[in-house]
Design a protein. Structure first.
Lengths: 219, 283
């Protein structure tokens, strides 16, 4: 295969766009998803702030967002995206749909990780006079940290595939490139290069995540 | 942690059952608890685990460091301060638990089955640590356990709980020697089972009268029985016996087969009573 159609400067620019989308959306996803996940955990039945009604409502909302395929979600929330960022295309326009899709997913992973924390340790902290907020900050998050890091890794990998899809609405990035050149102009070499880059990106993310889990594990 | 369905929980002068959530949270800092499964933070070092309640109480950093050093010395974990719980043995983990429970200088130390997950040797070392703390710091220790050995070793008073009710309460030695409730009798029987034949089988072995003698305190080591029997023409053989120690008080129980006339046996019993022992003819 020759790479006659590949314009490397464009490849690197779009790789930059992908990383830009990934980084920004990951940051917002972690912030929103962590808050949502903690609330889900705390309000769960039999947990610290057990609130079955609030839990059910949040749970249903999370499920709705998780059950809509990303490409449809992206298009259906366009008015919201436009209201928030002033545009529904480009890197900026792709951040809101990415976060809206990934945050509920990440929240569920956070909830599951927090449930893995030994109940006895939570009980001990309560017995020592810790408030719920103390327990979240000083017990739950530190004790669940390897689970949370793994959750971030999985979410980041998922976001890579979402960013590629956002190319459909002109979100930019490697996915956009693959779609325009590889699909619409039928240039398989461009397609090949973008796929390789996406694979490498996912591998790097996973390896970094695994290494961090190993570093922070105290089991 | 749980609201009682009936009754009240009074620690010192405070009725915990009447406190609000916030007050209760504050008050919990005055009660140290150690747990069966230690419940240490797995991602924190020994030092950080011990410092945890101090951080909650917003203790100044320098004071915290000094207190943690002191506690590590108290529970004998010098040199282990920077290890994580997974690198410690069960006994060491419980020592961290004890140090953590003592950090805020509580009024009461509550031990919830604290030795149930430990092997007998480690149990003893933890118990002697607790006893030392009890004596050195003058701290009340409340211990929940099903191990009679634990009660005998370090407790002064015991309450027997069955089906959520206190069925019996008193000095350990009294409850052990004269259990009144059925549960207490069962427990006590279990703990002396090592020497184990049942009364009925002893009964079939006897050639004279079967006599049960219980003694505690100094008389344990006196040749009281021998003296009492010597005064009569009777002889005796010991069928079963335990001599043990409850905390610092020695006590014992013997089942002897006394061979002599009915009158002799009566005299022996009377003599033993005079010496402050308990004796009763079983068969």
């Amino acid at each position: 295969m020759t790479f006659e159609n590949v314009r490397w400067d464009e490849i690197w620019t779009e790789t930059g766009h992908t990383l830009h989308m990934l980084g920004l959306s990951l940051v917002f996803t972690i912030i929103l998803g962590l808050i949502l996940g903690i609330i889900l955990f705390l309000t769960g039945r039999g947990q610290l702030l057990s609130q079955p009604v609030i839990y059910s409502v949040l749970s249903i909302i999370v499920n709705i967002f998780r059950s809509v395929p990303f490409i449809i979600l992206m298009i259906s929330i366009m008015p919201f995206t436009k209201w928030l960022t002033g545009t529904s295309i480009g890197v900026e326009g792709s951040i809101p749909p990415l976060v809206v899709a990934a945050a509920p997913f990440f929240a569920r992973l956070v909830e599951t990780s927090l449930r893995e924390v030994d109940r006895g340790v939570i009980e001990a902290a309560q017995a020592m006079g810790a408030s719920s907020w103390d327990i979240v900050r000083k017990v739950l998050i530190p004790e669940a940290r390897t689970g949370l890091i793994a959750a971030v890794t999985i979410t980041a990998v998922t976001l890579v595939s979402f960013t590629a899809m956002s190319g459909v609405i002109g979100g930019g990035g490697l996915g956009d490139l693959a779609l325009r050149y590889g699909y619409q102009r039928f240039q398989p070499d461009v397609m090949f290069v973008t796929v390789v880059l996406l694979v490498v990106l996912v591998q790097v993310l996973q390896s970094v995540g695994d290494a961090l889990v190993r570093k922070f594990s105290r089991k | 942690m749980e609201r009682p369905t009936t009754g009240s929980v009074i620690v010192g002068d405070t009725d915990l059952t009447r406190l609000s959530g916030r007050q209760l949270q504050q008050h919990r800092r005055r009660i140290g608890i150690i747990f069966q499964h230690f419940n240490l933070l797995s991602t924190a070092t020994v030092r950080d685990n011990i410092a945890f309640p101090l951080k909650l109480a917003k203790t100044p950093r320098a004071e915290m460091k000094a207190r943690v050093d002191e506690l590590i010395g108290l529970v004998g974990l010098e040199g282990h301060g920077d290890k994580y719980p997974s690198q410690l043995s069960g006994g060491q983990k419980q020592r961290v638990g004890i140090a953590r429970a003592l950090a805020n200088r509580p009024e009461v130390l509550l031990c919830d089955e604290a030795t149930s997950a430990l092997d007998p040797q480690t149990t003893d070392s933890i118990l002697s640590l607790l006893l030392g703390i009890n004596e050195k710091l003058g701290l009340t220790i409340m211990l929940i356990t099903h191990e009679m050995h634990v009660i005998r070793t370090i407790c002064d008073r015991v309450a027997v709980i069955d089906g959520g009710e206190i069925v019996e309460m008193g000095d350990v030695i009294d409850v052990f020697l004269h259990p009144r409730s059925n549960v207490a009798k069962e427990f006590v029987a279990q703990s002396s089972e090592a020497s184990g034949e049942s009364l009925s089988s002893l009964d079939s072995m006897r050639k004279g009268k079967l006599l049960r003698i219980r003694f505690k305190g100094e008389s344990t080591f006196e040749p009281v029985l021998f003296e009492a029997v010597k005064e009569t023409g009777a002889s005796f053989s010991i069928l079963q016996g335990t001599v043990s120690r409850m905390k610092h008080i020695p006590y014992g129980q013997l089942i002897v087969d006394v061979r002599g006339s009915g009158e002799d046996v009566e005299r022996i019993v009377r003599r033993l009573h005079e010496e402050g022992l308990e004796a009763e003819v079983l068969a």
